[in-house]
Write a protein that binds this ligand. Structure first.
Ligand code: AMP
Ligand code: GLY
Length: 432
């Protein structure tokens, strides 16, 4: 089987790393990839947004399966284009990808199928006065969201009604580009967040190990939001009873609803949950694997990933084949000093091969590139240092991950020192 992975981050490195282990995979390509991915796949210099270029490449190289990492090409219809050309591809259609691409679409859908989510109102630029009135009716904090893709910057958590009104005005008046032409205003949910990935062929589905991301830049979940500074799985906050409830109240009605609407959802559905006192509620859907969560969830899959993703793409998934290792995984993101604001690039990374594979450590590359035989930093999030603990508990896995982080150096390397701490807290509280 010839496989093409689209994207260039830690998520795509995790996909490539796992696909490389499949005996079925002959040639493996990644467009555009990074320095770490280059060790396991042939890099193709085509951007993820160049749908025509990617489809032409897949035809020319006789690619049997294409796996899409990031949301952008999905939201702009890469799956529809590949299918039109008779090419197998893993991901949702453009219509189905609106579950991530449009917050208004997602909230309307959730309401129609009675899936639990935060109480909300959706407004266009002409409805600014109504939006403001609705925001005034909520008890702060109030959440204001731009409708479209905004690269993680489209959500404002407003501490006061005044701040919410300011946010609504700035979004609707074009401050957030096209993404903000419509807004969702919603109540603030309290609880703990978790991410659940569902692999589905539109009808049958398998859920992967629940994960938790660490979105803030500083320890203790303080400071600015980032793309994610680390993750671990399985997240003990998602007990098996809770997962049963999420399946019944959220996953099934969502997949059934999409099918009923005539647009079955295929690929990976990322369910972003808030576990509130009154039960799990949908914070957001994403139409792809999350990053960095993919870097812990994918290594925990005990199956031939190429076979599973192909079955999804061909509409014949057998959920029983998607087994999980009884293990835990922890990913610590090493970022460039200054991220998520401006940061330098081009700093040489040393020690990449020091962490021992035998200890269950995999160093996934995110923002790296090769320059004259050296690997240098090329992004905000540089590496996802991941440990998979088969034999020991989460605490041991966290220790292994941090041991590996300390063996890798680059000028200005920054990482959080408390990845997984919340899980330990849960486990201690439950006396395990
Ligand atoms: P979204 O892109 O919709 O997932 O929002 C990004 C992040 O904002 C989420 O992961 C939450 O941390 C936070 N968030 C979004 N909506 C809410 C809400 N209704 N209540 C509390 N936090 C929220
Ligand atoms: N880790 C959050 C995301 O991928 O959207």
């Amino acid at each position: 089987m010839n496989v093409l992975v689209i994207g260039s981050g830690g998520r795509e490195h995790a996909l490539v790393w796992k696909l490389r282990q499949s005996p079925q995979v002959e040639r493996l390509f990644c467009a555009p990839g990074n320095a770490g991915i280059a060790r396991q796949a042939t890099l193709v210099p085509i951007k993820a947004a160049d749908i025509g270029g990617l489809a032409a490449f897949a035809e020319r190289e006789k690619i049997d399966l294409t796996v899409v990492g990031p949301e952008q090409p999905l939201v702009t219809g890469i799956v529809d284009e590949f299918r039109r050309r008779g090419l197998a591809i893993f991901g949702p259609t453009q219509y189905a990808a609106q579950l991530e691409g449009s917050k208004v679409f997602a909230k309307d859908f959730l309401t129609r199928y009675s899936v639990p989510t935060a109480r909300f109102g959706a407004f266009t630029a002409e409805q600014e006065a109504e939006a403001v009135r609705f925001a005034e009716s909520l008890v702060p904090p109030v959440v204001v969201k731009a409708d479209g893709l905004a690269a993680g910057k489209g959500v404002l958590i407003c501490g006061s009604r005044g701040e919410a009104i300011e946010g609504i005005r700035s979004m609707l008046r074009g401050g957030f580009g096209d993404a903000g032409r419509r807004v969702v205003v919603e109540e603030f949910l309290t609880g703990e967040e978790a991410s659940i990935f569902v692999l589905t062929d539109g009808e049958r589905f398998a859920t992967l190990a629940p994960a938790q991301d660490h979105k803030r830049i500083l320890d203790g979940d303080l400071g600015k939001n980032t793309g994610g500074m680390g993750a671990y799985a399985p997240a003990p906050v998602v007990t098996s009873a809770l997962l049963t409830r999420v399946t019944r109240e959220i996953i099934r009605p969502t997949l059934d609803g999409m099918r009923q609407d005539g647009y079955p959802y295929t690929g990976c559905l990322y369910v972003g949950l808030m576990i509130t006192e009154s039960g799990p509620k949908v914070l957001e859907f994403n139409c792809r694997f999350g990053d960095p969560e993919a870097q812990v969830v994918i290594p925990l899959i005990d199956a031939d990933l190429a076979a599973v993703l192909m079955a999804v793409a061909q509409g014949r998934l057998d959920p029983a084949t998607v087994r999980q290792h009884p293990a835990s995984a922890v990913c610590v993101v090493m970022a460039s000093q200054g991220y998520p604001d401006d940061y330098p690039t081009g700093r040489e990374i040393l020690g990449l091969d020091r962490p021992a594979v035998d200890d269950g450590v995999v160093v996934f590359h995110a923002g790296t590139k090769e320059e004259g035989g050296r690997v240098v930093t090329a992004g905000g999030r540089v590496l996802g240092v991941t440990a998979v603990g088969y034999g020991h508990d989460l605490e041991g896995t966290i220790r292994t991950a941090y041991g590996a982080v300390r063996q890798i150096t680059f000028d200005g390397a920054y990482f959080r020192s408390d990845i997984g701490a919340r899980a330990l807290h849960h486990l201690t509280r439950n006396g395990r």
